[in-house]
Design a protein around this ligand. Structure first.
Ligand code: PMP
Length: 363
C-alpha cells in the first residue's frame, strides 16, 4: 500500500513510530505478558509510566515546579465546564475572548453553568481587507476584577492562530487543544493550560491540564469530584480509574517528541510545513485562505476552491492520491489540512504537488 497522509483535525494521526511500538507491545507490555490496558493503574509499572510521562512533558514544555500536571477525563469540552466549576464560586467573574467556533462554544458552556457567577465575552476578530484578523484588546484598560481570562490560541475550525502571548492583569486560561507542543511557549504566563488529547498528544477522551498551584485556592462551584482539580492533584489524577491506554499512548508521544528533538525542533518543522502549504494557496488563484497573515494557523490550514462546485471532485481525487480527511468543518465548509506534530513534511509536499496539479487541470 502506498503512503496515506491523514489530515484529519481530530482524532488526528499519531506518529508512525508510536503506533508501531504500541502495536508491537499491545499483548505484552513491559514483559508483563499482558497489555498495558489490562493492568491496574495503581501497579508499580503503570505508576512508573505516569512518572515518566510527567517528567517528559515537564521537560518538553519547560513546566515550572509550581504547576501541577493532570491527566483527566472528558476531552476539551470537559475542561470548558471544569474551568468554570473550579474557579467561579462565590459569584466570580470571568472574561472570555472569542475568535472562532471553539472559544464561542466555551462561552456557551460557561454561561450555562455560571449560575450567580458572571461570564463576559469579547469578540476579538475583525475583517481587514476581507480577511479575518485577531485584534487583541488592551486588557489592562478593562476595569474589572476577573478571576481569569479564557482564550483559544488556535481555533481548529476557523484556522485562526494567536502567536502572541496575552498580556493580562488576570490569570490566563488557555484552550490549547490544537496547538499544544507545536511551538515553544512560556508556561509561567498561564494560570491554566488545557488540551483535549486527540491532536498533538494521543487518543481522544483524555485531557491534559497544567495548572498553577495558586489557582487551586480560588473558590469553586459545586461540581463532580472527577472534574475537581484539587481532588485530581491530591490523587495524582487517579481519584477514579484514569483512561490508562490513552495515558500510555500520550507517554509514548512525549518520548517520541523528545527523541526527534523536542518542541523547538518540531516548531521549526511545523513552520516549514505551513509555509509550504500557504505558499501553494497564495501562488494559485484557484485557492484562497481567508485569514490575515499574522493569524494563519500552522496547525489547521483552511482553504477554499475558487469554484466550490469542484469541492467533491477535489476530495475524491485527493483521497485516491492517498490524501485523506481534507474536508473542512461542516460549519465553515471548504477544505482544511491539519498539520499537527505527527504530520511529516513529505505529507505536505505530496499535498502541495496534488493541489498544483489539480489547479492546473481545472483552471
Ligand atoms: N477546543 C478545541 C480548540 C478543539 O479543537 C476541540 C475539538 N476539536 C475542542 C475544544 C473539543 O474537544 P473534545 O471534542 O475533546 O471535547
Amino acid at each position: 500500500m502506498s503512503a496515506i497522509y491523514n489530515f484529519c483535525a481530530g482524532p488526528a494521526m499519531l506518529p508512525q513510530a508510536v503506533m508501531k511500538k504500541a502495536q508491537q507491545e499491545l499483548l505484552d507490555w513491559n514483559g508483563l505478558g499482558v497489555s498495558v490496558m489490562e493492568i491496574s493503574h495503581r501497579s508499580k509499572e503503570f505508576i512508573a509510566l505516569t512518572a515518566r510521562a510527567e517528567a517528559d512533558l515537564r521537560e518538553l514544555m519547560q513546566i515550572p515546579a509550581n504547576y501541577h500536571v493532570l491527566f483527566m477525563h472528558g476531552g476539551g469540552r470537559g475542561q470548558f465546564s471544569a474551568v468554570v466549576n473550579n474557579f467561579l464560586g462565590d459569584n466570580g467573574r470571568a472574561l472570555y475572548l472569542v475568535n472562532g467556533q471553539w472559544s464561542s462554544a466555551a462561552v456557551a458552556e460557561a454561561k450555562k453553568l455560571a449560575g450567580e457567577a458572571q461570564i463576559d465575552s469579547l469578540n476579538i476578530v475583525e475583517k481587514h481587507n476581507g480577511l479575518n484578523a485577531v485584534v487583541l484588546p488592551d486588557l489592562h484598560k478593562i476595569d474589572a476584577d476577573y478571576r481569569y481570562v479564557h482564550y483559544c490560541p488556535n481555533e481548529t475550525v476557523d484556522g485562526i492562530e494567536i502567536f502572541d502571548e496575552l498580556d493580562s492583569p488576570w490569570p490566563v486560561v488557555a484552550d490549547m487543544s490544537s496547538t499544544i507542543m507545536s511551538h515553544e511557549i512560556d508556561v509561567s504566563r498561564y494560570g491554566l493550560i488545557y488540551a483535549g488529547a486527540q491532536k498533538n498528544i494521543g487518543p481522544s477522551g483524555l485531557s491534559l491540564v497544567i495548572v498553577r498551584d495558586d489557582m487551586l485556592k480560588l473558590p469553586s462551584l459545586p461540581q463532580s469530584s472527577v472534574m475537581d482539580y484539587r481532588i485530581a492533584v491530591e490523587h495524582d489524577s487517579m481519584f477514579n480509574t484514569p483512561p490508562t491506554f490513552a495515558w500510555y499512548l500520550a507517554a509514548e508521544v512525549f518520548a517520541w517528541l523528545k527523541s526527534v528533538g523536542g518542541v523547538a525542533h518540531i516548531a521549526d518543522v511545523n513552520r516549514r510545513k505551513a509555509e509550504l502549504l500557504y505558499a501553494c494557496i497564495d501562488n494559485n488563484a484557484f485557492y484562497r485562505n481567508g485569514v490575515e497573515l499574522a493569524n494563519r494557523s500552522r496547525m489547521n490550514v483552511t482553504f477554499q476552491l475558487a469554484d466550490p462546485a469542484l469541492d467533491a471532485e477535489f476530495l475524491k481525487q485527493a483521497e485516491a492520491a492517498g490524501l485523506v480527511a481534507l474536508k473542512g468543518h461542516r460549519i465553515v465548509g471548504g477544505m482544511r489540512a491539519s498539520l499537527y506534530n505527527a504530520m511529516p513534511l513529505e505529507g505536505v509536499q505530496v499535498l502541495v504537488n496534488f493541489m498544483n496539479e489539480f489547479a492546473a487541470k481545472h483552471n
